[in-house]
Design a protein. Structure first.
Length: 393
């Protein structure tokens, strides 16, 4: 069965296609403030550098080697930037920052299939020759795979390095159910030497490989987005209830994306997530009404959902000016009984792009929520709300 798995994972990467220029960007890991280059390959966003976060230990066992400072570089610190840390399989599973994750073998294969070969993914220097031919790549997509090799920790605690210059190794999150191993991806000096293999779990803790993180999918549970924020505390919607509702929905989302695409289990999970997300939106909307006769959170969010797609063209316009920017804008506005917005302001923003924020505010200010009357026929009061708007590619 192990051989069968290996055959499945190392399926030929002969697919070719007309590929658009890669979209490059950057991200900063808030845990240690290191900034990494990123690149979009197909519909996936990858770190374009190996992770360099040091993990001293995990569950009482070694986390990362911290040997990136000296590997092949005679003590040059530049090698930590070049090769990153070398992680145990267990540490690798929790190493990526929030919003990113350790890629599965299928996610790696999707990227490899998109590229169609290994020479386009490998760095332009550092690779050994193979049968008198250079092993260096052309780095067409900006993935910049370095020939880092890996290491095995011996009983004395020293890291014995192997195949630097010959291969690039990357941990995956895939643990096949019929084996006791963890899958890892590799690229070799020969441009036809690439695929996957298994590190036996009994030894995997002591095998150390680099990590490349991939950005979490944003739209992959039914037709529902996973992005929304919990807002602020008010009399009508307590902050604690809001946070609890958001956490519940996010936990369900994280479980859904682990289920096979197209499966009935994932479909049912997506339905549950959609319900929990709607409950969270209702719990988190900030509402300040003078009496109980005011617009409901569900009525307001229904209009917001209907009108939200109309803001996409604004985001796309600014995205051309500043690739990969994203964030959440919380707008605070007051809706008159007739439905028009009579005042609006930016309560908070994480986009870091003031011009974009103001254009979104202007567009929303033109929305109309329709006339509203109380059940007894009296004219309703004005309703003030704060609603988070999330934007991403």
């Amino acid at each position: 069965m192990k051989n069968l798995l290996k055959i499945m994972l190392t399926a030929s990467l002969c697919v070719s296609a007309s590929i658009a220029a890669p979209q490059k960007g950057s991200m900063t890991d808030p845990r240690d403030e290191k900034t990494y280059k990123t690149v979009k390959i197909g519909d996936q966003v990858w770190m374009a550098e190996n992770l360099a976060l040091e993990i001293t230990e995990i569950n009482g066992n070694p986390g990362s080697t911290n040997e990136c400072w000296i590997l092949g570089g005679n003590g040059k610190k530049a090698n930590c930037k070049k090769y990153g840390q070398y992680y145990s399989a267990l540490a690798a599973s929790v190493a990526c920052p929030d919003g990113w994750h350790l890629p599965s073998a299928p996610e790696f294969k999707k990227m490899l299939d998109y590229a169609g070969n290994s020479i386009d993914l490998k760095s332009k220097e550092g690779w050994n020759t193979y049968q008198q031919s250079s092993g260096n790549g052309i780095d067409k997509y900006g993935f910049n795979a370095q020939p880092s090799g890996g290491c095995i920790v011996a009983k004395d605690g020293e890291c014995s390095y192997l195949e630097e210059g010959k291969r690039a190794y990357f941990w995956t999150s895939t643990v096949p159910s019929d084996t006791e191993g963890v899958a890892y991806a590799f690229l070799g000096a020969s441009h036809t030497d690439y695929g996957f293999d298994l590190a036996p779990q009994s030894k995997g803790l002591w095998m150390f490989f680099p990590v490349r993180c991939i950005q979490n999918e944003k739209k992959n549970v039914g037709d529902v987005s996973a992005d929304f924020n919990e807002g602020e505390a008010t009399e009508s919607s307590s902050h604690d209830a809001c946070k609890a509702a958001v956490a519940k929905a996010k936990n369900t989302y994280n479980r859904c994306i682990t289920l096979p695409k197209g499966s009935s289990e994932r479909s049912l999970c997506a339905k549950k997530y959609k319900e929990e997300k709607e409950n969270a939106e209702k719990a988190c909307i900030i509402k300040n009404a003078k009496n109980s006769c005011s617009r409901s959170a569900s009525d307001i969010m229904e209009v917001v959902r209907q009108r939200m797609p109309g803001l996409r063209h604004i985001y796309n316009k600014f995205l051309k000016q500043q690739p990969h920017f994203q964030g959440v804008i919380s707008l605070r506005f007051t809706i008159a009984p007739g439905g028009e917005i009579i005042s609006i302001s930016i309560a908070s923003s994480t986009t870091g792009y003031g011009e974009f924020d103001n254009e979104i505010k202007t567009a929303v200010s033109r929305w109309n929520f329709g006339k509203f009357k109380c059940d007894d026929g009296n004219v309703a009061n004005e309703t003030t709300v704060t609603v988070p708007f999330t934007f991403y590619e």
